[in-house]
Design a protein around this ligand. Structure first.
Ligand code: EPU
Length: 423
């Protein structure tokens, strides 16, 4: 297994280009299943473990895929297999994204039921409800979701989500674009990743109104084209790199980003005492003074994202006072806290809120990654900890951060990747 060995105390400074978004790549790749005869060229796809896993799933279904230099060429012309097996789905919950497009194109799909995850229950009831509203019959047997439609095609329907779900909105969109008639989605997720999916589907020929809002209207079309598409930047990678500069009293410029999508996060960095300047496509952050304690509440977009919650907690261990970090999306996403406390932080958990008492001098030791963003928070802590921090089970980090130690080393960090055996 790999671990990251971080020698702390170095300032992060310099400029860097953001990678493409992981969480928009996944639904876009799934949406290529909707096309019968062409080849897609997708640019700015990050080279990540999750992308490898997802392309492995699409290959298993029958897609032809070539991936190099962040460009993915994919054709779903020869899909033969309509079943997503447990072995692949268990590696990544986002595998559920194949359900909507397969059902829309073939009228049938079988997807292994995804299990729990490191930060609590993650149900898929809303995905299934959306498919049923569009005319699917769902049965769950022997660990599989079996979705079928009676006639030739799905039909339009009114989908009213009781809670905002990125994945269920994505699946509903991908099913509705080829359905007969009009579909409305109320309380749709408005995350930039869903807006990007809408833009992608519209470029294929889909008819969608309300892109970027919580009310979507989709008029089904008969077929969709294969296209060339440029993916958007990864706003969570960007936020994590900004936090790396903020926690080390550094300064950073990140290029090829859309600052507009990061308003809630940038506002919090300013409140925490950092200077933030933006242009149309770059963000510069300088952190020269002691950080100020800053409360955040993670909620659906456009609020502060849950995927930045763990990193913010790490940052606040260095702030001069007490901060409250509440997660209203995932109430149990706090596996990083015991590990941060092992580094010397003083963080308490009350229900879905972390109370961070700063500033605390952190000192390096071995810590364990438990999920993607938890790992990112441990890396941030390692950057300011005295001595050496070893972040174990770094495969979690590799799911969602492209060349993270290379990027951070180019910005002044001292991180090496080493092999180790777990006993
Ligand atoms: N929910 C339900 N039923 C469902 C689906 C979701 O109750 O059928 C609930 C969830 O339990 C949660 C809330 O709805 O409380 C929101 O979950 P959502 O469906 O939006 O999450 P997701 O689509 O499974 C995506 C990202 C996550 C990110 C969340 C929230 C991808 C591949 N994953 O997950 O990203 O945390 O949205 O923004 O896009 C990450 O990148 O580290 C990550 C976990």
């Amino acid at each position: 297994m790999d671990k990251l060995v971080i020698r702390g105390g170095r300032r992060i400074s310099g400029s860097i280009t953001a990678s493409g978004s992981k969480n928009s790549s996944l639904p876009i790749i799934a949406a290529t299943l909707l096309n019968k005869n062409g080849t897609f060229t997708l640019h700015r796809i990050p080279d990540l473990k999750d992308i490898t896993t997802f392309t492995q799933l699409l290959r298993y279904l029958g897609a032809d895929i070539a991936f190099s230099d962040n460009t993915l060429k994919i054709s779903s012309r020869n899909i033969k297999n309509l079943q997503a097996p447990y072995e692949l789905v268990k590696k990544m919950r986002a595998s559920i994204y194949v359900l909507g497009p397969m059902l829309a194109r073939f009228g049938h799909a079988r997807v292994s039921f995804p299990g729990g995850c490191a930060f609590g229950p993650r149900p898929i009831d809303l995905h299934l409800m959306a498919m049923e509203k569009l005319g699917a019959t769902i049965t769950i047997k022997t660990g599989f979701i079996d979705a079928t439609i009676q006639g030739e095609k799905l039909h339009g329907g009114n989908i009213d989500f009781p809670v905002s779900s990125v994945g269920a909105t994505g699946n509903a969109l991908m099913a509705a674009v080829l359905a007969e008639g009009t579909t409305t989605i109320n309380n749709a997720a408005a995350e930039p990743e869903i807006e990007t999916l809408c833009n992608f589907l519209m470029a294929m020929g889909a008819k969608i109104k309300g892109t970027g809002t919580t009310e979507l209207e989709i008029e089904g079309v008969k077929s969709l084209d294969a296209i060339e598409f440029h993916n958007v930047f990864d706003r969570i990678e960007t936020g994590t790199l900004l936090a790396a500069a903020a926690i080390t009293e550094g300064n950073i410029t990140i290029h090829d980003v859309e600052p507009e999508q990061m308003k809630a996060v940038l506002k919090k960095f300013v409140q925490a005492g950092c200077t933030v300047d933006t242009t149309e496509n770059s963000i510069t952050l300088k952190s020269q003074h002691k950080l100020l304690p800053t409360d955040v509440t993670a909620k659906p977009y456009p609020a502060f994202p849950t995927d930045m919650q763990a990193q913010w907690i790490a940052l606040m261990t260095q702030a001069d006072g007490t901060s409250h970090i509440t997660d209203k999306v995932y109430h149990e996403r706090f596996q990083h806290i015991p590990e941060l406390n092992r580094l010397g932080a003083h963080i308490e958990i009350h229900k879905n809120q972390a109370i961070v008492h700063g500033p605390k001098r952190l000192s390096g030791t071995k810590v364990m990654s438990t999920d993607l963003r938890a790992s990112a928070s441990l890396v941030l802590a390692g950057l300011v900890a005295e001595g050496t921090t070893e972040v174990l089970r770094v495969y979690h980090l590799d799911r969602g951060y492209e060349k993270i130690e290379i990027k951070l080393n180019n910005l002044g960090a001292d991180i090496s990747r080493e092999k180790y055996n777990e006993f």
